[in-house]
Every structure is written in structure tokens, then in C-alpha cells.
Design a protein around this ligand. Structure first.
Ligand code: ADP
Ligand code: MG
Length: 777
């Protein structure tokens, strides 16, 4: 059905294309203002699509020298219709994207393409820019060319204001959060989201979305619970006190009772024991889940350095969040580093769902269609290749030991290399590239190894991998998005040969590796060498695998395949369920975030705040205070007034008579009248109403931000703790949403208190430049 509609559209585009061919450059360029005008007059986007597509296709040809093939136009149409388009590696997704980007940018609303890394964003932006500029649109890359360089808000605003922006998913997510942390309207730099294309969509939407993105800020008050929790956990026994499965760990009923006795508390899961529970959970994870050498190492200068266990790369400077890092330091008896609070967080899932129009493209996405359907409500459409795939995917070969596996892979590599054909050896981890590289050195085979932690450098090596006699060893992840063009001589010899060593973490990575060969109908081949000692098998089912390795030497080929495929599947499912969990947690946070961000925006946009609004907030606070303090003393009442209303002693006229304190109604009335007077005094202290309004807004904004930071941080911590609760017959999502609801209400009460405090006790000073600086209590 959809297919028929798309094919119809394709015909319409091609009809328009004939007309475009005969236009002069000037006439072609005039299409942009013409189409924009039609949109302004109320024509729907779909009505101008054929012309717009045909116009940018013609510009692609004149400026870039490439005219999009029918399948590329078809893929572009699929994306405009909201699909995730699967188009093989080398099919020309970059050129494909020019069509929907051009069309949607004509609306004048923000049009963005995100991809997996800075290098790709920068490269594709630069390559496509001449075509867009020829058509009179502005286009920018939202990334810095040097890692570690930062853009100013002004530079960011300029980028986001461009008609078309190429950037990465992580920069976009950070910018979204930062944009909602600014204190002044003029510091904002984002426009409302409209259209987004996600390139390398599986990498961005799935692999890159394992964890929510968190901005950390102000330091948290360090607790002394780390040491106690660490000691407690060191006295526990597996299976008796705690159980573990699939990278999670939790206390058994018995363990919980023991914890209650150990720490002298009645109910380990009670709200007031949250911090205790959290620290025990963190210590448990540090001891049971995180493994020295696999997940982290202790460096020479006594610091924890994390390891990315999918690539084996060390991640200097990276820290685990939510106190896990400190728990790990405690376990290793290191000095604890300062724990930072989370000040803002979002999952990529929810970031992308904010775009009214979202679509994507990738060479390997159909394998994850179910997850993409549930999480992103997106359908995958497989686009046929421009030329038939001629690559020969040979049957996997299975081995019991890694030694046999590597020997066989080496033999095959040497055999192909002898012919002059280019060989790309793809491994699962960085360590594996090094092992194989040493084997090649022994054989005297010159080769390149791709293990630099730098996408620019990676791309250069990968691009050279198609040369005659070339041998390149790389991890599956490395050099993604960079095309390997085999030399003519290599094509004549049979194209690029991909040798895969080891089962990868998921099927997508393997298809990605195979897809390096046989691009755009070139010849090529691929074959995987798999063994029971592959990381995937070992990490999932170590005991089972080991018993098979050591016991039965003669396990059948089919038995091996079954076991290894099963391990891979479990690993992928684990990824899926952890991503789903984060999405559901963030769904709860999202609703709160939307309320807060909307309130902030109204304030930044200079919403005027009525006297009655403040008065009702103040009176709510007073009511609560009076209600909660039926037997208040003079001293306590004075303290309250000094802390919340005024630093000065109360004028005689409104002094509270001793006897009226007992009468709650009267006390409230008196306090309300004090507050009303103080309000008037405050308002009168400003020369003009604008300043007074600005002051009031700042009082709100500061109180909102302070409260929200606490809430985000608390909910982040909560996610850690609640995962362990799940197994003690509790539903984690339900618990989480109940806690979140409660803490949100607590936050609102606290915010109101702080708004009033800020208002009465804030001290505004106007400096020489007429800018207001406020000191808050
Ligand atoms: P993908 O992102 O799909 O892996 P790229 O966008 O990197 O592929 O394109 C692969 C190569 O194909 C590039 O060198 C590109 O210039 C070339 N290419 C793409 N489309 C066309 C086309 N219509 N005509 C000629 N060359 C093209
Ligand atoms: Mg690409």
C-alpha cells in the first residue's frame, strides 16, 4: 500500500525532473523562493514535494556531479513519509538525505540530520553544502573539528538557525538540556524542533541509546555511607544473601533481614532509608557486577579507569554515574572522588520523540524492527539496492578453541591476500585486532590496524582498505559510515574480502561488517570464523561454555552453532530490555520535565506575574506552616519570620500578640497581613514595574531550578535502587512512578516555599550598566 503511494510519488518527481533539466541555473535557483511562497500561501508540503525533490536532484547533479538514482529518490520519499529506510552501505544515503532535507527546510522550520559521530557530521555537511547553497539555503555542521573545543551560545544559535544542520545525537541532546538551563532568554539558542533524519539510525537509536544522557553539575555532599555499605557487602554470601543475573544483583529476603539488623533499621525499603538502600545497592554492584580488568582497571596513579568492554578501549576521564564510581573506589580502597549531582537528564528516545517529524536510514536496521516499532513507533522499509548485491556470503565456520579459530582465519586471510585481493579482517574487540595483527607480523604481511580512538583517522585507514594487496584489521564499530572503494584491479580480482573473527554482540554488527564488501553491485565476499571462546559466549554463559570446551571435544558443528547463536541472542535481548527500562523510567521523568521546561520558558519569555499569584503562593505556605505547628513558641515564630519573610524586626503595629498564637485562624490572618505589607514594601522599593517584574521572575526561576535539580538527581538515584527492588516481588516501574509522583509533589511544596523566601529576602542591586544582580537567601 505504502509502496504503491511511494512509487506514484516517484513518478511525479521524475516528471518534474524533465522540466528542471531544461532550466538555466538562475531559473533552477528561483525554484526555492517560488516554492517557499507557495507554502506561505497555504499549499501543503506534500503538494510541492515533487517539484522540490526534482529541483534539489538537479542541483545535486549540477553542483555535486551526482544525480540520485531512482532507489535513492524512493528511499528519500520513504523517509519523508516517516519510515526508517534500510539502504545498504555504499548505496549513497548522504545524497539521498538532500531531498527530504531540502523539502522540509523550505518550511523555514528547524531541519536537522544527526549521525553517529562528529567526523561523519562534519564530512557530510561539507560535501552536501554546495548543493544547498546553490539553491539558496544555509547549511552548517554543529560540531567542532577538534575534540574538546566548545561552541559559544552565539555560535550554537547561528548553527541552529541555519536552514539545515548536520550534527550528532549526543551534541543535540546536550544542547537541548543546556538550552533549558540558561538563566536569561537571550542565552537560549534552540528553535522548536521540526524535522529530523537520523543517519546510521541503528547505531544512534539503539547502540547509542543504552544510557540516558546526564549533565552533572554541582557537587553533592559526600556521605560516609560508602565505607559502611562496602564493609556490609563484603560480609555477604552469594545465593544466601544476594542473587545475581544478567548484570543485575539484589538482596534475597534473608539478605534484607540481615541488612536491617546490621544497620539497625526497621524497614530497609522505607523512604527514610533510601540513602542506605542506595549505597548498599551501589556497593553490591561494585563487588558483584563490575569486574577489575573487564570493566575497569586501577591506573598507576590510583584512579579507576573504565573500559568499554565492547571495544576494549579504555575511557580515561569517564566516570560511572549516580555514585557507582565512588562505590567502586571504595571497593578498591582508593581515595573517593567528589560525587557530582545530576542536574539534567534525558534519554535519546525521548529526545527524538520530541520531533513532530522523525525518520532515519541505515544499512542494518531491519533486524531491530520490533524494538523500533515499540519504542519509537517507527516502521522499517527496506529499499532495494541500485545494483544487485553480488557479494558472496560464505557459511560461518565454527571452532571449539580460539586458537583453531584464529589459525583458520589467518590461513584464509593469507590465501586471499596472495591473490592481491584486498582483505578486511573484522574483530569483536580491540584486543582481538592486536592478537591478529601480531599473527600477521609473524607471517611478514604488511597491514594497517584500526584501533586509534579517533574517527577522522579511522576514516582515512578504512578508505584505503580497498587498495590492491591491502590488509586491514579493524573492530566492527570502527570506521562506520566510511565507504571502502575497491580499486579497479581489486574488483577484477573479486573485490573486497571480509573475514570476521568472532561472533559479534548482535546480528546488526555482523551485517555491517559484511556490508563493507560488495557495495553498489561490486563483487566481494564475507565469512565469519566463530568459536566457543568468543566474548559473547564467554560473557553470557561462562560456566556452560567452559564445561563444553573442557569436556566434550567432539561437539557437533550444529551444537556449536546453536550455542553460540543463543548466546548472541541473549546478549541482544539484554540490551533491548535495559533500553526499554530506561525509556519507561524516562517516560515518567519526561512528563515532569515538560511541565518544568514550559514553566521556565514562560518565565524567560517575560510572562508577567500577578500580585495575586504571589499572594496565593505565600498564603499556601503560611497555611501549611500554621497547620504543621499547632503549639508554636514565640522563639519559633520569630525564627520562621526571620527565615522566610523579613530580616528586620516586625514593626510594632503588626506585632503578634501572645494570645493570638494559640488561635490558629488568627495567627494565620496576622501572618497574611504581615506578608501583604511586606509585598507592598518590596514592590515600592523598585523604581519601575519592569524591574519589579524581572525581579519576581528571577525569584521564580531560581526556586524552580533549585527544586528541579534535586528532583532530577533524586530520580536518577532512584533508578539504581529500584532495579534491585524489582526482584523482591515488587514492580519496579510502579514503585518508581509512585516515588516520582510523591517527590514531584514534595518538590512543588518546596518550590513554593523558596519562591516566597526569594521574593521577600532577595536583595536586588542595579549595577552601572542597569543590569539587575540579585542575591538570594
Ligand atoms: P552510504 O552512506 O549509503 O554508505 P555514501 O553516502 O557514503 O553511502 O555514498 C557512497 C558513495 O557513493 C560515495 O562516494 C558517493 O559519492 C557515491 N554516490 C552516492 N550516490 C551516488 C549517485 N547517485 N551517483 C554517483 N555516485 C553516488
Ligand atoms: Mg553514510
Amino acid at each position: 500500500m505504502a509502496d504503491k503511494q511511494l512509487k506514484n510519488l516517484l513518478r511525479k518527481v521524475k516528471l518534474q525532473a524533465i522540466r528542471m533539466k531544461h532550466l538555466s541555473d538562475k531559473e533552477l535557483q528561483a525554484e526555492t523562493p517560488k516554492l517557499k511562497k507557495q507554502l506561505k500561501r497555504g499549499k501543503p508540503l506534500s503538494a510541492i514535494l515533487p517539484e522540490a525533490y526534482a529541483a534539489i536532484c538537479e542541483a545535486d547533479r549540477r553542483v555535486l556531479g551526482k544525480y540520485p538514482y531512482d532507489v535513492q529518490i524512493y528511499g528519500a520519499l520513504a523517509m519523508d513519509a516517516g519510515y526508517l529506510a534500510e539502504m545498504n552501505t555504499g548505496e549513497g544515503k548522504t545524497l539521498t538525505a538532500t531531498m527530504p532535507l531540502y523539502l522540509n527546510a523550505l518550511t523555514g522550520k528547524s531541519t536537522i540530520l544527526v549521525t553517529a559521530n562528529d567526523y561523519l557530521a562534519y564530512r557530510d555537511a561539507a560535501e552536501m553544502r554546495p548543493a544547498f547553497e546553490f539553491m539558496g539555503l544555509t547549511e552548517r555542521a554543529g560540531v567542532t573539528q577538534k575534540p574538546g573545543e566548545f561552541l559559544s551560545n552565539d555560535e550554537k544559535r547561528e548553527n541552529y538557525n541555519a536552514d539545515i544542520l548536520y550534527t550528532t545525537h549526543s551534541i543535540l541532546a546536550f544542547d537541548y538540556l543546556l538550552n533549558n538551563l540558561v538563566k536569561r532568554a537571550e542565552d537560549r539558542f534552540l528553535r522548536d524542533f521540526y524535522f529530523i533524519i537520523i543517519d546510521e539510525a541503528d547505531s544512534v537509536l539503539l547502540d547509542g541509546a543504552q544510557m540516558p544522557l546526564v549533565i552533572s553539575g554541582s557537587p553533592r555532599v559526600q556521605s560516609n555511607l560508602y565505607a559502611m555499605a562496602d564493609f556490609f557487602v563484603s560480609t555477604l554470601k552469594k545465593d544466601r544473601d544476594y542473587e545475581t543475573e544478567d548484570k543485575s544483583v539484589w538482596l534475597t529476603e534473608r539478605g534484607v533481614r540481615y541488612a536491617e539488623k546490621f544497620f539497625g533499621v526497621d524497614n530497609f525499603f522505607a523512604h527514610e532509608n533510601f540513602e542506605l538502600n542506595r549505597h548498599v545497592t551501589l556497593a553490591l554492584r561494585a563487588h558483584v557486577i563490575l569486574k577489575n580488568e573487564d570493566d575497569y582497571v586501577v591506573s598507576d596513579n590510583d584512579e579507576i579507569v573504565l573500559i568499554d568492554n565492547s571495544t576494549g578501549r579504555s575511557l580515561p576521564g569517564m566516570k560511572l554515574r549516580g555514585g557507582e564510581h565512588q562505590a567502586l573506589e571504595q571497593k578498591e580502597h582508593l581515595k573517593l572522588t567528589q560525587e557530582q549531582r545530576s542536574v539534567a537528564s534525558i534519554t535519546y528516545q525521548n529526545l527524538f520523540l520530541m520531533f513532530p517529524k522523525m525518520c532515519g536510514m541505515s544499512g542494518t536496521i531491519s533486524d531491530a524492527r520490533t524494538e523500533l516499532r515499540t519504542v519509537y513507533h517507527k516502521k522499517v522499509l527496506v529499499i532495494p539496492p541500485h545494483r544487485k548485491v553480488r557479494r558472496v556470503d560464505k557459511k560461518d565456520r565454527y571452532f571449539i578453541s580460539a586458537e583453531d579459530q584464529y589459525k583458520a582465519a589467518l590461513k584464509e586471510t593469507l590465501k586471499i591476500h596472495k591473490t592481491g585481493q584486498a582483505v578486511l579482517v573484522v574483530t569483536a574487540t580491540i584486543q582481538d585486532t592486536e592478537i591478529f595483527s601480531r599473527m600477521l607480523v609473524k607471517e611478514g604481511v604488511p597491514h594497517s590496524v584500526l584501533n586509534a580512538d579517533n574517527a577522522y583517522w579511522e576514516a582515512e585507514i578504512i578508505a584505503a582498505a580497498g587498495k590492491h594487496n591491502a590488509v586491514t584489521v579493524s573492530t566492527g564499530m570502527a570506521g562506520r559510515g566510511t565507504d571502502i572503494k575497491p580499486e579497479k584491479k581489486v574488483i577484477e580480482l573479486g573485490g573486497l574480502a571480509v573475514i570476521g573473527i568472532g561472533r559479534m554482540k548482535n546480528v546488526r554488527l555482523e551485517r555491517q561488517a559484511r556490508g563493507r564488501a560488495g557495495r553498489q553491485g561490486d563483487p566481494g565476499s564475507s565469512q565469519f570464523f566463530v568459536s566457543l571462546e568468543d566474548e559473547v559466549v564467554k560473557s553470557m554463559n561462562r560456566e556452560k561454555a567452559e564445561s563444553i570446551i573442557s569436556g566434550r571435544r567432539n561437539i557437533s558443528h550444529f551444537g556449536l552453532k546453536h550455542l553460540i547463536d543463543g548466546a548472541q541472542k541473549t546478549m541482544e535481548e539484554q540490551g533491548v530490555s535495559s533500553r526499554e527500562q530506561f525509556v519507561r523510567y524516562d517516560e515518567i521523568l519526561r512528563r515532569q520535565r515538560e511541565i518544568l521546561y514550559a514553566a521556565r520558558d514562560r518565565l524567560l519569555d517575560k510572562a508577567s506575574i500577578e500580585k495575586s499569584t504571589i499572594q496565593s503562593i505565600v498564603n499556601d505556605n503560611l497555611k501549611l506552616f500554621v497547620k504543621n505547628n499547632p503549639d508554636i513558641t514565640d522563639a519559633e515564630l520569630n525564627r520562621y519570620i526571620l527565615d522566610n519573610l523579613t530580616y528586620e524586626s516586625i514593626p510594632d503595629a503588626i506585632r503578634i500578640e501572645g494570645h493570638s498564637r494559640k488561635d490558629q485562624k488568627k495567627l494565620l490572618e496576622t501572618l497574611e497581613s504581615i506578608a501583604a505589607r511586606l509585598y507592598d514594601l518590596k514592590a515600592m522599593s523598585f523604581k519601575n514595574d519592569d524591574d519589579f517584574q524581572e525581579y519576581t521572575r528571577q525569584c521564580f526561576l531560581t526556586a524552580i531550578d533549585d527544586g528541579w535539580v534535586e528532583e532530577v538527581d533524586y530520580l536518577q538515584q532512584m533508578q539504581f535502587v529500584i532495579t534491585t527492588r524489582g526482584t523482591a516481588q515488587r514492580n519496579p516501574i510502579f514503585e518508581y512512578s509512585r516515588e516520582a509522583y510523591k517527590s514531584f509533589n514534595d518538590m512543588k511544596v518546596e518550590m513554593k516555599k523558596n519562591i516566597a523566601r526569594n521574593f521577600f529576602l532577595g536583595d536586588p542591586q542595579i549595577d552601572k550598566d542597569g543590569e539587575m544582580k540579585i542575591t538570594f537567601p
